[in-house]
Design a protein around this ligand. Structure first.
Ligand SMILES: [Zn+2]
Length: 271
């Protein structure tokens, strides 16, 4: 199985760092709204939008994992045997096992992170109740460190505190949006689905064609899939697409070639 990047990414999905100023409050408000004007599409500091981009990115990575690991599996078994049922059974089992393992890992990782965030919020709440003045000075200090004059920082801290002290501290200190913590179940489902969708590409490509053509068909389908996921993730990350696609296709193809010959060797030894 490939390393699971999605835990990290899903887990940090809505953690957009807010650098700008009254934007801190603005951001807390906007991120609870569902409509994002299209004109803001290229503003990466926008909390909700960058959260969505992270989900999309994680989905693409999950699909990529599904494509590569299932392709390796079915091509490996196809290298060992001409039996159609064995290849299909391996592919379906690989899809279910992989998707469940991704979903389980995601559930655990996001749950743990949410517990940590809730604990941090409770601590912040306590501090705000026990020493509001020190907390307001702390908030002002953060904005001073970001480059505001002491007077302006103090004013910003005062206004944010009057509006919603916990939101202000959660955002500036913890980079958490308390009203929008990631749901572990949602993250688990997203992992499960993205892996399964990716896994279907090699599975269908090896199942449909006649035995003589199935490995090549699968390789072609997988390369097309990897070009797509490579292109989408490069686009999402504003990276040069050519190199990302080449890397992705190379790694995926290598995995298939290796497992195919492992399968062939195994088939020769055992069969
Ligand atoms: Zn604080």
């Amino acid at each position: 199985m490939l390393p699971d990047f999605t835990g990290h990414i899903f887990g940090h999905g809505r953690r957009a760092k807010v650098v700008g100023l009254p934007e801190a409050a603005e951001n807390a408000r906007v991120s609870t709204e569902s409509e994002i004007p299209g004109a803001h599409r290229n503003e990466p500091h926008h909390g909700d939008l960058s959260g969505r981009l992270n989900w999309l990115r994680a989905g693409v990575l999950g699909a990529n994992d599904g494509i590569i690991s299932t392709a390796g599996l079915v091509v490996g078994v196809a290298g060992a045997t001409t039996d159609r049922t064995a290849v299909l059974a391996a592919g379906v089992a690989g899809l279910v096992a992989g998707a469940l393992s991704m979903a389980g890992g995601e559930y655990v990782s996001v749950s743990t992170q949410r517990d940590t965030e809730r604990a941090a919020l409770r601590k912040e709440e306590r501090e705000l109740a026990e020493m509001p003045d020190a907390e307001e000075r702390e908030l002002a200090g953060i904005y001073e460190d970001k480059g505001l004059s002491p007077e302006l920082a103090a004013q910003v801290a005062r206004e944010l505190t009057e509006k919603n002290a916990l939101l202000a501290h959660a955002d500036a200190e913890l980079q958490i949006d308390p009203e929008n913590l990631t749901s572990p179940w949602q993250a688990a489902w997203a992992s499960f689905l993205s892996f399964a969708v990716g896994a279907l590409i090699p599975l269908i490509a090896i199942a449909l064609p006649p035995v003589g053509a199935r490995v090549w068909t699968c390789i072609v389908a997988v390369v097309v899939g990897l070009v797509l996921t490579g292109a989408v993730s490069a686009r999402l990350g504003d990276a040069p697409a050519g190199r990302a696609i080449a890397r992705n296709v190379l790694v995926g193809t290598l995995a298939m070639v290796i497992t195919y010959y492992v399968g062939v060797l195994f088939g020769v030894t055992v069969g």
